[in-house]
Ligand binder design. Structure first.
Ligand code: PGA
Length: 237
């Protein structure tokens, strides 16, 4: 595991964007696993800036996102599809048909999980997966206590996750109770992982995840067993 402490959020974002951009330069049809949340916004801004300068070409890139809220339509501003469109896809030359976010509104959600697993296999697996981390150690929406081996599945969101995400909604009660998420197994099958964490409130969980025991109680701790992980942190507010 490579561990990098960034000078500030801007530095963190540039370092993560550098790794993503190197992946696209080395493999123009790379499969990028992407994440939502506050942390990756700066990374995506940096990628857009380099795209505008002509330094990155997304025309061959394929993407798969980690997760989506159940019951939230793609055009809803709270959806992760909407987040990805507005924070990255709408601003670069990626083909929308090459971008994938699990559907939160499929009639049969079990079938949707299966479809998403098959899709990742058909794409040839994920070359580089970007990850954030929740205060409870979740990656994607893999909440503490779930089995490590899971592929894409439906998860009930824990209280701390709903509490953390209420800032994007009108109230705590408006935060969806369920999500569809790529599982730990799918994440661990990505060839390269980049975990980003920003803010003093993430320091404790990062230390637990990196130095603590590998346990489903801290889902990100499984990353200790992956052969190619880069953790980029900034604990300053
Ligand atoms: P954040 O979310 O980037 O908004 O802190 C991270 C996560 O919950 O995975």
């Amino acid at each position: 595991m490579k561990y990098i402490e960034a000078k500030n959020y801007n530095d963190l974002s540039r370092k993560a964007a550098n790794i993503l951009s190197a992946q696209v330069i080395l493999k123009p049809d790379a499969v990028l696993g992407l994440a939502t949340g506050s942390t990756p916004i700066g990374t995506y801004k940096q990628l857009i800036e380099w795209y505008e300068k002509g330094d990155i070409d997304f025309s061959g890139v394929r993407t798969v996102n980690l997760d989506e809220y159940v019951g939230v339509t793609p055009d809803d501003p709270h959806s992760y599809r909407y987040f990805m469109n507005t924070n990255l896809f709408d601003h670069v030359n990626i083909k929308k048909s090459n971008t994938n976010v699990p559907s939160g509104t499929a009639v049969d959600m079990e079938k949707e999980c299966e479809r998403y697993n098959n899709l990742i296999s058909e794409l040839g697996g994920i070359d580089l997966q970007l990850l954030g981390i929740g205060h409870n150690g979740h990656i994607g929406f893999n909440e503490p206590g779930q089995a490590f081996e899971k592929m894409t599945h439906i998860v009930e969101l824990g209280e701390s996750t709903r509490e953390a995400n209420k800032r994007f909604f009108d109230s705590y009660d408006a935060v969806p109770h369920y999500a569809i998420t790529m599982g730990i197994k799918a994440i661990m099958q990505a060839r390269k992982l980049v975990l980003i964490a920003n803010g003093s409130d993430k320091e404790e969980i990062i230390k637990k995840a990196i130095y603590g025991p590998v346990t489903p109680e801290v889902p990100a701790s499984i990353l200790q067993l992956h052969p190619d992980v880069t953790v980029i942190c900034c604990f300053k507010d």
